[in-house]
Design a protein around this ligand. Structure first.
Ligand code: NAD
Ligand SMILES: O=C(O)C(=O)C[C@@H](O)[C@H](O)[C@H](O)COP(=O)(O)O
Ligand code: ZN
Length: 368
């Protein structure tokens, strides 16, 4: 097992990465489960695949699982399910000192984390991430949120979990499409600040995705360590360090908004496309060779991922995608900083990007 400390001032915690952590859940959570009844929020797919394992683990440890099972999918991360979940937690008489368990992907983690942040002005939660994306990214760092009709993650809070248990065994039941979507957030760490890790991805991603256990553990632990370093430095995205984790997201969130936050385009798929767009846009500004941008696109394509928005049937122009971007949380006094690349492994925050240039660039990409 790899143990990665997340050194948030005032709220440090561990991310444990290994196989079989859920079977030993009560032991892993020692000192945190104060009551017999343990509230767990999950979705129907995860419950079907892993509910019994959790149920048994809690039972053997003298606890009882009390489930809230939500519909799978991005639409769950909204006002309706937040309100209903808060009402449920109140009915279950969850107290501030209790821990709520979030068993699922980023949708469940973001929603549960936000509910925990506002329930009684803040109670504890534990992340049990079950997607590759959630293990390498969303379960770590305390960004919690829901989507609104105006856009992605627009209502939320920074609220850190007390513990993250990334059990690699759960990846065995994850559909290939979800695995690939999660891989986008893995390779992101290479692209934004670690050229050696990108080279490792180039050499090992196919075998890692095919299920090699040692490669999986390395990919997850290395990604978590990269994220832990960044969020410990800039928990609330104020210095610019954490904003680099948004590589591909300004473009990606606009694509998600344009496709109605639906299964048509998963978050990770949008981020993969967004990273290629950020790289190509950087190249058009002379910041990096176009060959490097195309290397990224080719890397994703070789794994079976889409790398071109022209294949998406978006039925829109560049200007309408830019309109979605105006809701981006990085927006600052009328300007929108973009995470661009000076090369693979060299992301930076560009504050001088004209949105007309972005719209014109996107028009070309849509027609590619
Ligand atoms: N808070 C953050 O820092 C952060 C970071 C990245 C992404 N996110 C958010 O995370 C969300 C995407 O998360 P996601 O990609 O995990 O999607 P998700 O939570 O929708 O899960 C993907 C799908 O896989 C299923 N699933 C999950 N685990 C499974 C398993 N082990 N076996 C079988 N099926 C399983 C789910 O039911 C769902 O259908 C987006 O809303 C995104 O904005 C947040
Ligand atoms: O943790 C972060 O910081 C990230 O930006 C990670 C992203 O992968 C994630 O999708 C995040 O939710 C996007 O943040 P947002 O602030 O743009 O909503
Ligand atoms: Zn993301």
């Amino acid at each position: 097992m790899a143990v990665i400390p997340v050194a948030i001032a005032g709220a440090p915690y561990e991310v444990r990465v290994g196989t079989g952590l859920l079977v030993g859940l009560v032991d892993q959570c020692r000192g945190k489960l104060r009551k017999r009844r343990v509230p767990i929020i999950t979705d129907a797919n995860v419950h079907a695949a892993w509910g019994a394992v959790i149920e048994n683990a809690l039972h053997e440890g003298g606890h009882e699982a009390v489930w809230r099972i939500l519909p799978p999918g991005e639409a769950t991360k909204g006002w309706d399910q937040l309100a209903a979940t808060l009402d449920w937690l109140l009915a279950e008489e969850v107290e501030r000192g209790d821990h709520i368990l979030a068993l699922g992907g980023g949708v469940i983690g973001d929603l549960t984390g936000f509910a925990a942040a506002v329930l009684k002005r803040g109670c504890h939660f534990i992340q049990l991430p079950t997607t590759l994306l959630a293990q390498v990214d969303s379960s770590v760092g305390g960004k919690t949120a829901i989507n609104t009709s105006a856009g992605k993650n627009l209502v939320g809070a920074f609220h850190q979990p007390s513990l993250v248990l990334a059990d690699l065994a759960v990846l065995d039941t994850l559909p290939r499409r979800e695995l690939l979507a999660g891989y986008a957030e893995v390779v992101k760490y290479g692209l934004l600040g670690d050229a050696d890790f990108f080279a490792w991805c180039d050499a090992n991603a196919a075998a890692m995705l095919a299920g090699d256990p040692a490669l999986r553990e390395y990919a997850v632990a290395h990604s978590v360590a990269a994220k832990a370093r960044i969020v410990a430095e800039d928990e609330r995205e104020t210095t610019g360090a954490r904003a680099l984790l948004n590589l591909g997201h300004t473009f990606g969130h606009a694509l998600e908004a344009q496709t109605g936050f639906s299964d048509h385009l998963l978050h990770g798929e949008a981020v993969a496309l967004g990273m290629v767009l950020a790289a190509r846009f950087s190249a058009t500004r002379g910041l990096m060779p176009m060959a490097s941008a195309e290397h990224i696109a080719a890397h994703l394509r070789a794994l079976g991922m889409a790398a071109d928005i022209s294949g998406l049937s978006l039925n829109c122009d560049g200007r309408s995608l830019v309109a979605h971007m105006l809701h981006d949380k990085k927006m600052d006094a009328g300007t929108l900083p973009f995470v661009l690349l000076r090369g693979i492994g060299e992301a930076f925050l560009a504050r001088d990007v004209a949105l007309d240039d972005v719209a014109a660039f996107l028009d070309k990409e849509l027609a590619r």
